[in-house]
Design a protein around this ligand. Structure first.
Ligand SMILES: [Zn+2]
Length: 323
C-alpha cells in the first residue's frame, strides 16, 4: 500500500509553468512538496504525534525554512496556498471551523484567512502510519525530493531536512542544560558550515521558545500571521569568545535591541534591569523609546535555571557596554 502513496506523492497536482517556476523546482510550484516534507520533519521530531495537522507556528516556520533555502531571494509565498489545496490529491481532508464548509473552495491567500476557515487537516490513517515509520517516511521523502527538484538542488532539500531535525535535537539538548558531546549534537556531520547552521537554528529555537517571542529588553512581541517574528536569539558573550550556546548565555531580542546590545548601547544589570548607555543621546541621535527602558526589569524565562547568567552579563557590562 505504500506504493499507492508513493505514486500520489510523485503525481501531486502542482502549478506547472516554465515562466513562473524555474528549473530549480522542475518548472513546478514547490508548495505542496515543501508542506509534506515539513509535516514529515515534525513527525520525525515527535512534534506531530496524532493524525491532525494544525497550521502551527512550528509547521509554518519549517515550511518557510524550505522556501528560503531553495527559492530565489525576493520570491515570497505562504503555506496558506498548499494547505487547503492538498485536498485535490486524494489523501488530505480539511477540517473547518464552525460555519464553514469543508467542500467549498475558499480563496485562501494568507495565513489569517487559512486559520479563519480551517482548524487543520487529517491525512489518510494509512499514510499517517507510513509517515511515522522511519523507513517508509524516508521513501516518501525521497519520492518528493527526486520528483520535484533536479539533481543539483536535491542535496540542498535533503540538507534542509537534516538541519531541521538536528537543530531541533540540539535545542532540546540546550534546554536540558546538558553538556553533550559534539558528536551526538550534530549526528553524522563534521562539515563546519553545516554544524554552524544546526547550532544557529537550534540556539534560536531554544531561546525564542523560552522567551515566548518576547524581547527581553523592551518586552515587545510581534509575529506576522505568516510566522515571521521580530525577535532573534542573541549571545550575551559572543560565540567566538565563549562557544557557549546554553540558554544562560542567550537573550531573546528584537532587532533594534539586538543591535543596541551588540553595539554596547544597552546592557543588563545585576538586578536584571535594563541599562541604557549615555551614548544613545549623543550627537544627532533620537533614541525614542529606548531611553524609557532604563532601570526597567527585563523579561525573563519562567524557570530560573534559564535566566541569563550573571557572569555572562558581567562580561557584557565590562567589555561591551559603553558607559
Ligand atoms: Zn526590543
Amino acid at each position: 500500500m505504500l506504493e499507492k502513496y508513493l505514486k500520489s506523492f510523485t503525481t501531486l497536482r502542482t502549478a506547472k509553468n516554465k515562466k513562473g517556476w524555474s528549473a530549480s523546482t522542475c518548472h513546478q510550484a514547490p508548495h505542496k512538496p515543501f508542506l509534506l516534507l515539513s509535516i514529515m520533519d515534525l513527525i520525525a521530531q515527535g512534534q506531530i504525534t496524532e493524525n491532525f495537522i494544525e497550521p502551527s507556528f512550528e509547521l509554518v516556520d519549517i515550511w518557510n525554512g524550505y522556501w528560503n533555502a531553495i527559492m530565489p531571494v525576493g520570491q515570497q509565498s505562504t503555506m496558506a496556498h498548499p494547505f487547503p489545496r492538498l485536498r485535490s490529491d486524494g489523501f488530505w481532508e480539511r477540517i473547518c471551523n464552525p460555519g464553514f464548509d469543508a467542500d467549498a473552495d475558499y480563496k485562501v491567500t494568507s495565513m489569517v484567512k487559512l486559520r479563519e476557515i480551517y482548524t487543520g487537516a487529517r491525512m489518510d490513517d494509512e499514510l499517517f502510519q507510513f509517515m511515522q515509520i522511519q523507513d517508509s517516511r524516508e521513501k516518501l521523502r525521497a519520492a518528493l525530493v527526486n520528483t520535484y527538484f533536479p539533481p543539483e538542488i536535491q542535496p540542498r532539500v535533503i540538507e534542509q531536512g537534516f538541519v531541521n531535525l538536528a537543530s531541533y535535537e540540539y535545542s532540546q539538548t540546550l534546554l536540558k542544560q546538558e553538556v553533550a558531546e559534539q558528536a551526538t549534537l550534530f549526528g553524522e556531520t563534521d562539515e563546519p558550515a553545516k554544524k554552524k547552521k544546526i547550532r544557529d537554528a537550534g540556539f534560536r529555537k531554544a531561546i525564542v521558545s523560552l522567551y515566548e517571542h518576547r524581547c527581553a529588553l523592551c518586552g515587545i512581541r510581534m509575529l506576522t500571521p505568516e510566522g515571521h517574528t521580530v525577535v532573534e536569539a542573541a549571545h550575551i558573550v559572543p560565540w567566538f569568545e565563549s562557544q557557549d550556546d546554553k540558554p544562560t548565555n542567550g537573550l531573546c531580542l528584537c532587532r533594534i535591541c539586538h543591535w543596541s546590545f551588540d553595539e554596547g548601547l544597552m546592557s543588563v544589570g545585576k538586578q536584571y534591569e535594563v541599562l541604557v548607555s549615555k551614548c544613545v543621546q549623543s550627537d544627532r541621535n533620537i533614541p525614542g523609546h529606548i531611553q524609557t527602558l532604563m532601570d526597567r526589569p527585563i523579561f525573563k524565562p519562567e524557570q530560573k535555571m534559564y535566566w541569563p547568567g550573571q557572569e555572562n552579563l558581567e562580561w557584557h557590562q565590562k567589555i561591551k557596554f559603553a558607559k
